[in-house]
Design a protein around this ligand. Structure first.
Ligand SMILES: C[S@@+](CC[C@H](N)C(=O)[O-])C[C@H]1O[C@@H](n2cnc3c(N)ncnc32)[C@H](O)[C@@H]1O
Length: 253
């Protein structure tokens, strides 16, 4: 199962990721949606991070003043997040162990985010449509949803080259990716050696095109404000490796 044995080494594997920069970008995108992001406005806003993993993004958002709920389907990832929250004494952060596709909390949130390829783990267009519909229902009117998706250019450029090895807390790991352009599946094999045992996790990411994703969230009722390419403020296109969509639930719904 993905994100079980590897949960304790996830943050080590991601040590090069600039989570602070990513959150700055998310806040900037939320501003594009026409919503204030000054601290005075953020304070107490209810934000849901779908697929929060070990809580890196959620913790930074909660420090900015958001009242954060993090949802993830991996109990092991949430356990790592829970320990971090306890160490940092962060109160305004709740964790929920749930599949994000089926999670719905009617009108509960002002903001929602889902980042770092997490929607690519959703294995069919039907499930992606269900996720969009549930996020829509979980937002208040005027609520904002920002999420990213890894696109095919990313898989084509990176997959065959990507190999990572490391050791953390006495656990050796080896990560290797491949991309099947026919099936549009990007697979990462994460091999973990711990206590003399070798366990392999297979992580499958499903690559969706911008137009299909757009169709699904539009059908769910969202209004698109922006589709930003590759961490810029430029519109995403066919050669972009990653898109961040900025969506709004209309006020009059
Ligand atoms: C690449 S990690 C990203 C974690 C975190 N957002 C970050 O930026 O570090 C993908 C996360 O998605 C979670 N995930 C995958 N499918 C999910 C689902 N259907 N429901 C909830 N979480 C899911 C995994 O457990 C994992 O924590």
């Amino acid at each position: 199962m993905p994100y079980t044995e590897s949960a304790v080494i996830y943050d080590h594997m991601m040590k090069e990721v600039d989570y602070r920069g990513w959150v700055r970008y998310l806040v900037l995108l939320m501003r594009v949606a026409g919503k204030e992001s000054r601290r005075s406005k953020i304070e107490g806003e209810r934000l849901c991070e779908f697929a929060c993993g070990t809580g890196n993004i959620s913790l930074i958002l909660s420090r900015l003043g958001y009242d954060v709920t993090g949802i993830d389907s991996s109990g092991e990832m949430l356990e790592v997040a829970r320990n971090k929250i306890a160490r940092r004494n962060s109160n305004a952060l709740q964790l929920v162990h749930h599949d994000m596709v089926t999670y719905c909390s009617e009108g509960a949130f002002d903001r929602a985010v889902c980042v770092y390829d997490s929607v690519n783990y959703i294995s069919s267009a039907d499930a992606l449509a269900r996720f969009m519909s549930n996020v829509y229902k979980s937002l208040k009117r005027g609520g904002v949803f920002v999420f990213d998706a890894s696109l095919e250019s990313n898989s084509l450029s990176d997959a065959s080259l990507f190999i990572q090895r490391g050791k953390h807390k006495g656990i050796y790991y080896h990560r290797k990716s491949e991309y099947d352009p026919k099936a549009k599946i990007h697979t990462t094999y994460v091999r973990v050696k711990k206590d003399g045992r070798v366990i392999e996790e297979v992580h499958r990411e499903y690559v969706y095109g911008i137009e299909l994703i757009r169709k699904l969230f539009t059908e769910a009722g969202f209004e698109e404000k922006f589709a930003a390419g590759d961490f810029t403020m430029l519109e995403a296109g066919n050669t972009s490796e990653r898109v961040h969509f900025v969506l709004v639930k209309p006020d009059n719904d």
